[in-house]
Design a protein around this ligand. Structure first.
Ligand code: F6P
Length: 541
């Protein structure tokens, strides 16, 4: 069967001329490539390999590549039809082929009249922001606690963004999150709350997700058992399934549309907790920052298109250098939830192994994405990044101006950030190590042996992203940049970055096991599942 028009012209990455040339280039250059020499030989390397986009500056020069590598990767992007696919996305074509849907999260942040979806988007946005302002008017009501009940894309965006924008958040409102179907999650939240001062937001694109529906039920029972009377005032829903929310008994709903993927939904009604936290004006700034990045992605030549370049470096690291993982190290405590957010964005989008025609791919796709804020990670797993047997590209994110008054702390933070990418690149020879005093080293060990333990290979790749300040606008731009970067690598890999069939099997098997866990019926189960189930069944009453 032929492909959809938006995909018909594309060539699979490993069948392009650029892929073959990249292989040759890799074989010719990579074995002897040394970052230290690359900088010594080319004083213009930083300038040649650093790029700007709205609100963002990116230094790619500490990656294991040459300007020529980027030129070949750009040829790969063109041959695989990245631009046509990008344009198809913005045009609202159903590029999410397996679900027959358009992919239009960009329409959620387009200004009024700037997209074909403007009327419906701005009708909900205006209503949502007006409602958020009423909740923020704490003098007129007793609500002080907002509980977002949602999981995946209905949880990670609000949680990440509210923490990131904490300096802008309403001082009299506290935000809580319940995502896990583990009852410890909701119990720990509810034990500190009172029904009269609590607003529950039931956030679910589908309004069928097991975890969210079960937790919403518990919240409602808790509310009524605690003397709560006005469900209409204390429960709101953000969903594409307004009918199901109404059936649940929720009158106040803010809708969105099936062309918004769950992991791309923080700009939609799912962003309601963010809007309540930071207010309408700041929420519009968040959208404006993302829109600025959308325009950059849509219109900037690929040679200077930051999300495209970041996505191409990801392809280089994954497919040519064989890096199976990428560590994200935000040097800003407000970005502590960014790695978790990016895990869903990147791994749910690009963790695929068939192309758009369902053919098995002969190359790797999404890396494992993980991380912690700096400097905390330095005192935990950075050991492995510096001296471990795997080369793991690290992504540093630094913010020039802090939102606190402790300039000395901020200088230390930034110096640490710079030092880590420097250390990964420079390393240290055994000869250098032998020259140093080693206060904690054993006095009986041979100094030459010790020096080999203290040696750092160096030549390890990193990217550094800089923001001037973590404003709503800058956060919007940063997240949109990540979205389009994931789009770009996914387009080169020729996969559908917008479905998530890989989560379905576990859901179905869970539903089948639920009654068995209650009854103990293990007939037909594999030995391990049957054995574990027998051990996990509750003791008889
Ligand atoms: O199971 C995966 C998933 O569908 C994610 O893609 C989504 O973000 C999450 O579950 C939550 O879905 P919903 O918003 O429909 O409750």
């Amino acid at each position: 069967m032929s492909s959809h028009p938006s995909t018909a012209a594309r060539v699979r990455a490993d069948r392009t001329a650029a892929w073959a040339r990249l292989r040759e280039h890799h074989q010719a250059c990579s074995p002897g490539f040394d970052l230290r020499e690359a900088f010594a030989q080319d004083p213009g390397r930083f300038a040649a390999l650093s790029f700007e986009a709205p609100e963002l500056f990116a230094d790619l020069s500490k990656n294991l590549l040459e300007p020529e590598t980027l030129a070949l990767l750009l040829a790969l992007a063109r041959e695989t039809g990245l631009e046509a696919r990008r344009d198809a996305m913005f045009a609202g074509e159903p590029i999410n082929l397996t679900e027959g849907r358009a992919v239009l999260h960009t329409a959620l942040r387009a200004p009024r009249e700037a997209s074909a979806r403007s009327a419906e988007v701005h009708e909900v946005l205006d209503r949502l922001l007006a409602y958020a302002e009423t909740v923020r008017d704490t003098a007129s009501h007793g609500i002080r606690h907002i509980v977002n009940i949602g999981i995946g894309g209905s949880d990670l965006g609000p949680r990440m963004a509210i923490l990131a924008l904490e300096p802008h958040a309403h001082r009299d409102l506290q935000f809580h999150y319940v995502s896990n179907v583990d009852g410890h999650d909701i119990t720990a939240v509810l034990r500190r709350l009172e029904p009269t001062s609590t607003l529950f937001i039931i956030a679910s694109k589908t309004f069928t997700t097991q975890e969210t529906m079960a937790n919403a039920q518990v919240a409602r029972e808790w509310f009524l058992a605690g003397g709560g009377t006005d469900i209409a005032r204390h429960f709101v829903a953000t969903t594409t399934n307004v009918t199901a929310a109404a059936a649940f008994g929720i009158d106040t709903t803010f809708g969105f549309w099936d062309w918004v993927g769950g992991r791309y939904s923080m700009w939609s009604a799912i962003g309601l907790p963010i809007a309540i936290a930071i207010g309408a004006a700041h929420f519009r700034e968040l959208l404006a920052g993302a829109h600025a990045l959308d325009r950059h992605f849509a219109t900037t030549p690929l040679e200077r298109n930051l999300p495209v370049l970041l996505g191409l470096v990801d392809v280089w690291n994954r497919n040519f250098l064989g890096c199976a993982s990428r560590s994200v190290a935000p040097y800003h405590q407000g970005l502590a939830r960014l790695p978790a957010y990016l895990q869903q964005l990147e791994m749910e989008s690009n963790g695929k192994s068939v192309d758009l025609d369902g053919q098995a791919l002969a190359y790797a796709t999404s890396p494992v994405v993980w991380g912690e804020p700096g400097t905390n990670g330095q005192h935990a797993y950075f050991q492995m990044l510096h001296q471990g047997s795997d080369v793991i590209p690290v992504e540093f994110i630094a913010v020039r101006q802090p939102d606190h008054a402790h300039a000395d702390l901020h200088h230390k933070l930034l110096a640490n950030c710079l030092a880590q990418s420097q250390a990964l690149m420079l390393g240290k020879t055994a000869a250098e190590a032998a020259q140093e005093k080693q206060p904690t080293a054993s006095t009986t060990i041979d100094p030459q042996v010790l020096a080999r333990h203290r040696r750092f290979p160096g030549n390890r790749p990193s990217t550094t992203l800089l923001l001037e300040r973590l404003t709503p606008r800058a956060l919007g731009a940063l997240i949109a940049c990540y979205e389009h970067r994931v789009f770009s690598s996914g387009a080169v890999w020729g996969i559908n970055s917008f479905d998530q069939w890989g989560v379905e099997l576990g859901k179905a098997l869970c539903n089948a096991l639920l009654p068995r866990l209650a009854s103990g019926d293990a007939s037909g189960l594999d030995g391990s599942t049957a054995g574990l189930m027998a051990r996990l069944r509750p003791p008889p009453a």
